[in-house]
Design a protein around this ligand. Structure first.
Ligand code: GTP
Ligand code: MN
Ligand code: MN
Length: 441
């Protein structure tokens, strides 16, 4: 035995939305292996694999909420969601320090699939076709693939930029630019970084920003005007504005909003912007006021505390430094245009990426929600994806309610349950409040 065996039998609540799951935990050795199994099943991408993928993820998620490092199989006795396959993997890691199946999965095919599906706009079907053609590098795809999808053209061209993780300083820089323009258009606007940064991650693949206005209807038309202003500043590289397709019946009917689905009907813009290279490096900038460090982060229900550094969250306050000047890089581009084409024609994304430039491309998601849906949208766009799956399944199975980013609908009483705060979203579902940084399932 060890000092932790006295804690058993440990009972963890069945649903991840009833537990705290922090970024830092005691069982990375196991969860990394299980998430490779999950990733592999996702990449193979057929119906049977996708349910296996979810089973691996659920097991991993349980281990992330354990308040101690797993040292013996007996500690799994009272835990749900850990099937036989996962148990074999865990046992092998306990005995040998690694799992042969997991090692063997990470073959050439897997590595290539990971590289290709990391390209913006590329899914596993296209990645598989590329591998069948014998391609194994980004360069081969850049040279050999012509896509009609703007995401793929830009994703391929700016692959190096977009695969360099966005850090917190860059996220806050982007938030500040967006806030400044949005507040000019619509005073009183509420704007919040969501996604991984809100969950306390220090890096991400994009910046997710959710917007609303407390006066009903004021948010209509905001996004198009905001994008026009950002365009005029010269910082938009590409993107797509999706109009809202929401209607009230969707709260009850829409299958897109099912427990599994992450899709919603908000007006949103998914795109790529450019920010100065130096905005994450400039030592003269003072970020001391930019983080609200939460002093203690306690695993709910398990009594385990995790060190502060994992529990910071992006501030909701605007920062006070000047956005850097992009004029120089714009000059560079117009020069290149004239040299290359002698006209005002657009240069291709690939040519643009190859320029000597002082900016980096960053993926940004901008989402606009009506205020009466805002706190549900906030939960949905904070995630993570697995937390969303779980809390939606919980609502359906345990409460007979339908949860989406648009609201919560009681299917028995036939009524929607409004929420005026994120805490109320949890109260409406009879759940203890789970902080954003405890939603890293
Ligand atoms: P990184 O960006 O890699 O740091 O991770 P992330 O958790 O921020 O992932 P991502 O930006 O993909 O998504 C943020 C949250 O928004 C997640 O909880 C997703 O489930 C959710 N999300 C992403 N796309 C959509 C969408 O089209 N509709 C809805 N409703 N949610 C989405
Ligand atoms: Mn994100
Ligand atoms: Mn996103």
């Amino acid at each position: 035995g060890n000092e932790n065996s006295g804690r058993n039998p440990l009972i963890l609540p069945e649903y991840a939305c009833q537990r705290a799951t922090c970024l830092k935990h005691f069982n990375h050795k196991f969860t990394k292996a299980l998430e490779i199994l999950q990733k592999h099943a996702e990449l193979r991408d057929n119906e049977r694999d996708s349910s296996r993928a979810l089973a691996f993820r659920r097991a991993s998620c349980v281990l992330k909420s354990l308040p101690f490092p797993l040292t013996s199989m007996s500690q799994l006795k009272n835990l749900t969601n850990i099937g036989d396959h996962c148990k074999r993997v865990i046992q092998e890691i306990l005995e040998d320090g690694e799992c042969r199946e997991v090692n063997e999965l990470q073959d050439d095919w897997f590595q290539k699939m990971v590289v290709f599906t990391n390209i913006f706009g590329i899914g596993s079907a296209t990645a598989k076709k590329w591998i069948e053609k014998g391609w194994s590098t980004i360069k081969e795809a850049q040279e050999g693939y012509i896509s009609s999808d703007w995401r793929v053209r830009w994703g391929l061209a700016f692959h190096t930029d977009l695969n360099t993780p966005v850090n917190l300083q860059e996220a806050q820089y982007i938030q500040q630019i967006v806030r400044k323009e949005a507040e000019t258009i619509l005073p009183g606007i509420i704007l919040q970084i969501t996604g991984g940064f809100r969950r306390g991650k220090e890096e991400g693949h994009d910046v997710d920003i959710l917007m609303t206005h407390p006066e009903e209807g004021k948010e209509v038309g905001l996004l198009a005007r905001l994008l026009q202003r950002l365009q005029n500043k010269g910082i938009i590289l590409c993107g797509n504005l999706e109009k809202s397709t929401y209607s009230d019946e969707m709260l009850t009917l829409d299958s897109k909003l099912s427990a599994k689905g992450q899709l919603d009907h908000f007006e949103k813009w998914l795109g790529i912007i450019k920010i100065p290279h130096s905005c994450s490096e400039n030592p003269a900038m003072d970020y001391s006021g930019s983080l609200s460090i939460i002093s203690s982060c306690v695993h709910k229900g398990t009594g385990c505390s995790v060190d502060n550094s994992t529990c910071c969250t992006a501030s909701e306050q605007p920062l006070n430094y000047q956005p850097l000047n992009l004029d120089e890089s714009l000059d560079l581009e117009s020069k290149a245009k004239k040299q290359k084409l002698g006209t005002e024609n657009e240069i291709s994304p690939m040519e643009l990426a190859k320029l000597d430039r002082n900016w980096i491309a960053r993926r940004v998601d901008l989402i606009v929600s009506p205020y009466d849906q805002y706190f549900y949208a906030l939960v949905g766009w904070t995630g993570n994806k697995q937390f969303n799956r779980d809390i939606r399944t919980y609502a359906q199975r345990e409460l007979g309610m339908k949860l989406s980013s648009h609201g919560l609908y009681d299917l028995n009483k036939n009524c929607a349950l409004p929420a005026r705060s994120e805490k109320e979203v949890f109260q409406n579902m009879k759940l203890q409040y789970i902080e954003p940084w405890e939603r890293n399932c």
